[in-house]
Design a protein around this ligand. Structure first.
Ligand SMILES: [Zn+2]
Length: 118
């Protein structure tokens, strides 16, 4: 992979990071709203609100995992290891990186591991 390609993926990762952090702020605001509304809503809608809160917490957890993957990928770009599988050290196919720039595994290792690899 040449420098232009790495720069392309670096920008893509930074963009994804921005998007995820933006969503996180929105979710935090939504959770705050649920908190405030609890005194004024009835029991059933309060349960709906709590359920919605649990769902947004689950989404938040997945976002954290995704952000972690992106942070690791960005560190690997800085270290010059980006684009190589962390397990077998083969080059990861560009097409695979286009699909998920944060993936640390080549297609073979991803399909042989418990991780879905998307
Ligand atoms: Zn591999």
């Amino acid at each position: 992979m040449d420098e232009d390609q790495i720069e392309h993926f670096r920008r893509q990762l930074l963009q994804q990071q921005q998007d995820l952090l933006g969503l996180q702020e929105t979710a935090a605001e939504a959770a705050g709203t649920v908190e405030l509304d609890q005194t004024s809503v009835g029991r059933l809608s309060r349960m709906d609100a709590l359920q919605g809160q649990a769902m947004s917490q689950e989404r938040g957890r997945r976002r954290q995992i995704e952000l972690q993957k992106i942070a690791v990928a960005l560190r690997r770009i800085e270290a010059g290891d980006y684009g190589y599988c962390v397990r077998c050290e083969e080059e990861i196919a560009i097409k695979r990186l286009e699909f998920d720039a944060a993936t640390p595994l080549c297609i073979n290792c991803a399909s042989n591991s418990d991780e879905t690899g998307r």
